[in-house]
Design a protein around this ligand. Structure first.
Ligand SMILES: Nc1ncnc2c1ncn2[C@@H]1O[C@H](COP(=O)(O)OP(=O)(O)O)[C@@H](O)[C@H]1O
Ligand SMILES: Cc1ncsc1CCOP(=O)(O)O
Ligand SMILES: [Mg+2]
Length: 293
């Protein structure tokens, strides 16, 4: 992509409701989104944690996007307006980083750029929870967390049993919390897990791609959040659809990678290869998204 004025290809209009609930809609939509990311290579600014920087950048590249891990306050006024989406991840949060996160979110809003929040370990401490709730007030386009993170955000309280970045809850335990959070915040809310849940507060879809071994690789959650940012960048008026297809494409890459992997370390490698190589026929056959409830 040459410059920020580049127009992304128009996405097809939404289908009638009965079709929108089936793979007849979702599988071609997933392929259209992936193709669009590959063709236009959106620039995604990531203010993310130290653990995840490498995998997040590699997942964005293998998905077809352009990652930039810039997090200095001094650079945000110049750089954030040039990006096509922003991803903010609080994984290794220290107070020094919060002003940059807030400034970047505000600049993204002023420039009408979508931005995505990953509230890593939101319920682990009061400091982290307040930071996430403050960021939520800046109206992220999408919030993607695991079950425990979304429930902590909804309840607004520290989780006494928190296991940090790992979830103590199934994603399906958090459906009602996710719906309410989406209604209160105006953000699309995605809860990852065995079934990824995506809601705008009214519609709820479940994404049934992925393999359990993805939980044994650190930063796969951070990476799928960044991929969501790339998909929303190329379809900013339909963040609900873009979030569901990004989760599905990432999960499908995990499924294909798992066919070759011997364990988490090789899955990490094959996941990146599989995302890079995903083709239309595989997506049309294996994307698995459907209505929940
Ligand atoms: N049991 C599972 N089966 C299939 N895919 C899973 C499972 N658990 C997590 N995933 C996938 O792993 C990725 C990371 O999700 P998750 O582990 O919930 O995030 P986090 O690392 O932030 O806790 C997502 O793509 C999700 O769909
Ligand atoms: C382990 C850990 N600790 C702080 S950030 C981080 C990475 C979390 O990554 P993910 O949420 O994708 O598992
Ligand atoms: Mg996470």
């Amino acid at each position: 992509m040459e410059d920020n004025k580049t127009q992304f290809p128009q996405q097809p209009p939404p289908p009638p409701n009965d079709v929108a609930e089936t793979n007849k809609f979702w599988a071609p939509q997933a392929w259209a989104h992936l193709q669009s990311v590959r063709r236009s290579s959106p620039l995604i600014q990531c203010i993310t944690n130290f653990v995840s920087m490498d995998l997040v950048a590699n997942v964005l590249l293998s998905g077809g996007a352009s990652p930039a891990m810039l997090h200095s306050v001094q650079e945000i006024p110049d750089f954030t307006p040039k990006t096509h989406a922003l991803c903010i991840n609080v994984g290794t949060l220290v107070p020094d980083w919060l002003p940059a996160m807030k400034m970047a979110a505000q600049v993204a809003n002023e420039c009408n750029k979508p931005w995505v929040l990953d509230p890593v370990a939101a319920g682990a401490s009061g400091f982290r929870l307040k930071a996430c709730l403050d960021l939520l007030k800046l109206r992220p386009t999408v919030v993607r967390g695991n079950g425990s993170e979304i429930m902590a955000l909804f309840r607004g309280s520290v989780d006494e049993n928190s296991k940090g970045a790992d979830s103590l809850h199934e994603s399906t335990d958090a459906i009602e919390a996710a719906k309410s959070l989406a209604q209160i915040s105006g953000s699309i809310v995605a809860v990852s897990g065995a079934i990824d849940i995506v809601t705008d507060g009214h519609r709820v879809v479940g994404v049934k791609n992925g393999v359990p071994m993805l939980q044994k690789i650190t930063a796969t959650g951070c990476s799928v959040t960044a991929l969501i940012a790339a998909f929303v960048a190329i379809d900013p008026l339909r963040p609900f659809e873009a979030t569901a297809t990004a989760l599905s494409v990432f999960g499908l890459a995990g499924e294909i990678g798992m066919d070759m992997a011997k364990g988490p370390a090789s899955l990490r490698m094959y996941l990146i290869d599989a995302l890079h190589g995903l083709d239309e026929a595989t997506i049309l056959r294996r994307v698995n998204i459907g209505k929940m409830l």
